[in-house]
Design a binder for this molecule. Sequence first.
Ligand SMILES: O=C(CO)COP(=O)(O)O
Length: 306
Amino acid sequence: MDRNPTPTDLTLDAMKSVVSQAFLGKFTAVFPKLFKCQWKTYEGQKKLFANFNTDSNNMASRQFCVGGNWKMNGDQKSIAEICKVLSGAALDPSTQVVIGCPAIYLMQVRNLLPCSIGVAGQNSYKVSKGAFTGEISPAMLKDVGVEWVILGHSERRAIFNESDELIAEKAEHALAEGLKVIACIGESLQEREAGKTNDVVERQMAAYANKIKDWTNVVVAYEPVWAIGTGKTATPDQAQEVHAHLRKWLAEKISPQVSASLRIQYGGSVTGANAKELAKKPDIDGFLVGGASLKPEFVDIINARQ
Ligand SMILES: O=C(CO)COP(=O)(O)O
């Protein structure tokens, strides 16, 4: 929809939901898992709906989205344990949850987690197949039931020398293949201290914008490099300042609609203890979490808006 939803649109959506739920009810006995999953989604949408504000610039109109980035951590045993915790936990149904796990464990994680939790690759290449030893493609991620990919993480940029252009090409291809993309950006400590934060995130966003024409399936993750894995979280005000700047940039360079609807996560030493304060900021629409996503406190981060 390229306009704000009107109360009539919302009522029609609610009616469609009720009818489809009634229809689903008939099949509860046959497809209990499917029903449980649909119901959870419905409950989440109902909660979102209750909060919905037709002012599209309002944070309530963007679904809170929390990603766990396990990076190169875990083994079959520990991953099974984390999946058990997540599967059994009472997670805020209005929060979208996505787990980015090492490629080799993607199928295991997809099989262990309920369908209400999305699974993400941590990287994918810019073409669908071929002689690219060591790479995986969006088509392969989709083939094993993975719907998301994290791209442009600062570790890919710094350690594996990925350029803004390559990352944008990867994002373009992943979106064309039907994946949802968590597109990471963020400045280093040196860049922040030199007062270049806005320039850096604008440059990284401009590279994405050169290749991305439809932002519907994109979530941006603002992750200041100095806050990643350091225990030195950006303060809620520091994070909000950059998120608000990004929204202004999006309004000017892309469109007011994309600026109002694109979700921007914060990442960098998010914990169960600091998530609630960060989540109160109007332009913070979720988190991308490293270390704490491997621990039970990840549940508190998911529930930060409750
Ligand atoms: O890099 C991150 C998520 O992608 C953040 O990592 P930490 O939460 O461990 O700081």
